[in-house]
Every structure is written in C-alpha cells, then in structure tokens.
Write a protein that binds this ligand. Structure first.
Ligand SMILES: [Zn+2]
Length: 200
C-alpha cells in the first residue's frame, strides 16, 4: 500500500491523501486540491479510484469531490449529518453514510476502520488504516478542531476524544486535516486537550 500526501492550496492548506493498494485500487481522503492532481497521480501509478472518503463535510475538504466522482465513478462516503448544504457544508450528495466501527475494504492490503467522532461537526469521523490514523479536523498535532462553528459541539468533542484514546490500538501515525503530522503516543503525552482523559 502506498500513501501519498497532497496539500490543497491557500488559505487553509488542507492535508489530503491518496491511498493506493497493491492491486491498484485507490481511495482519496478529503480531496480538496485540483481534481487533476489526483487524476495524474492515479495515472502515474496505474491505479483506479474506487472510494472517496470524507472526514467531514466542511468546504475546505470537499472541493474536488464532484469532479473526481464524475471522472472515476468512485463511491463517495460521508456522514449524512454533514450533508447540510450552505457555505460551510457545500457537498450534499454522498453515495452512502458511515456507520460507526465499520470497516471499508478498498484493496487486499487497504481498508479503513471508521470511528465516528462528532464535535468539530456532527458528522466528523476518524479513519484508521493500518498504522495511519486520518484524524480530519478532530485531532491536530498539539490541538483539536474548533467546536464553535455551525453544528460543532464541545461535549460531543470531549466524548469523541476520549473514545479515540480508548478505541485506537497501538501507536498510529496521526495525519490531521491541517498542519503537522504526529503520533498518537506523542499526542497522549503532549496534547493539552487530551490530558483530562488520560489516567494518571
Ligand atoms: Zn473542518
């Protein structure tokens, strides 16, 4: 499995990802850069996009979704709770919803476990792929996502962070929707927003 990192442009520099399995089946996470960049990478690796997985529905994570779906026929998965419409949640037509703790198989060596983590938005999820945790705007290196936007909810966020710490096994790399990458052990040790959930 190959994991490629594509940064969408200013002003928010969203981290987006293209994961390609050993048989050339691929998933895009939060495709927000130009659709052409994903298509070029797919061509370069002889890969076929079968899934577009959205960590949440905010506008800075979904810009290339319609164009990529059109070009590839990939199945778009997003929480229905984020299919709201409006400026903040512009994408409204996922092919299907997530269910908590399901596994989405993409290729023989590529699958995603879904962990529903509402708080930053009602439909936010984290996606665990082997030793990679795509944490969207829920968990950042040294921080957490805002909960003061439309449909954000502080109590849900606290519950979701506690759930992440108790359900994610091992020490995956943490790949957030913005900013630096980290590891779960580093966040457990240093992220001030997680300290209240860690048993001393
Ligand atoms: Zn967001």
């Amino acid at each position: 499995m190959k994991a490629l990192h594509i940064v969408a442009g200013p002003p928010l520099y969203t981290n987006t990802f293209l994961l390609i399995g050993e048989n050339g089946l691929a998933a895009a996470i939060d495709p927000a850069a130009d659709a052409q960049r994903y298509e070029e990478l797919l061509d370069e690796h002889g890969a076929r996009l079968t899934h577009i997985l959205l960590t949440h529905g905010h506008y800075d994570h979904v810009a290339a979704v319609e164009a990529l779906r059109e070009a590839t026929g990939a199945c778009v998965v997003m929480s229905e709770a984020d299919a709201r419409g409006g400026r903040l949640f512009p994408f409204v037509s996922p092919d299907r919803d997530y269910s908590d703790d399901e596994t989405i198989p993409v290729d023989s060596d590529l699958s995603f476990r879904v962990i529903c983590t509402p708080g930053h938005s009602a439909g936010s999820v984290c996606l665990l792929c082997g030793s990679l945790l795509f944490s969207g705007d829920t968990l950042f290196a040294g921080g957490i996502g805002r909960t003061d936007l439309e449909c954000g909810e502080g109590d849900s966020m606290r519950h979701s962070l506690a759930k992440l710490l108790s359900t994610v096994p091992g020490d995956p790399q943490v790949l957030p929707g913005h900013g630096d990458f980290s590891t779960l052990s580093r966040e457990r040790a240093q992220n001030p927003y997680l300290q209240e959930f860690i048993e001393q």
